[in-house]
Write a protein that binds this ligand. Sequence first.
Ligand SMILES: [Fe+2]
Length: 194
Amino acid sequence: MRRRPRVEVVSQTVNDKQESKKTALRALRRSGITDLSSEATRDISPALNGLLADVFALYLKTKNFHWHMSGSHFRDYYLLLDEHGDQLYATTDPIAERVRKIGGITLRSIGQIARTQRIADNDAEYVEPRDMLAELRDDNLRLTSAMREVHNTCDDYHDVATASLREVWIDETEQRTWFLYEVLHQPPGSNICA
Ligand SMILES: [Fe+2]
């Protein structure tokens, strides 16, 4: 009996997976979960999932720097990054649930976050405190840009609810960036929280 070439088998498996995803999406839409078009679900869901992965990555990096903070401003920086971490974590659930509310499938695992995130991890053994703050400031800036892009996608499909939440998330991200920027511009030896 002639065996099917391996490449054909692999591509068949990928096609099967894609088809079952489409079927799951159709099933959700049939149940009346959203009045948005299937194109809106198709385009907004991955945009939100990319953002969700970035927020998780930035959350863990912020906590990483909070846990490994050192130096003369230890307490101020430690507390600042704890606040930022809490704010980022609080964003994750609403992002994931927006994906579900518009009929999409959201992230399922740390592995999927790692495959999806655009914010780079920092596994260095030691990072200078000011370098930590500068890296987080730049990452928050990147996150703002990614949020604006998702906002545009939402506008294209009149998904005002996601766009409205996004405005709050952008403001919070800009506030984190602002705080980090100002802390980095404090004269050496001054107390940021005085
Ligand atoms: Fe802590």
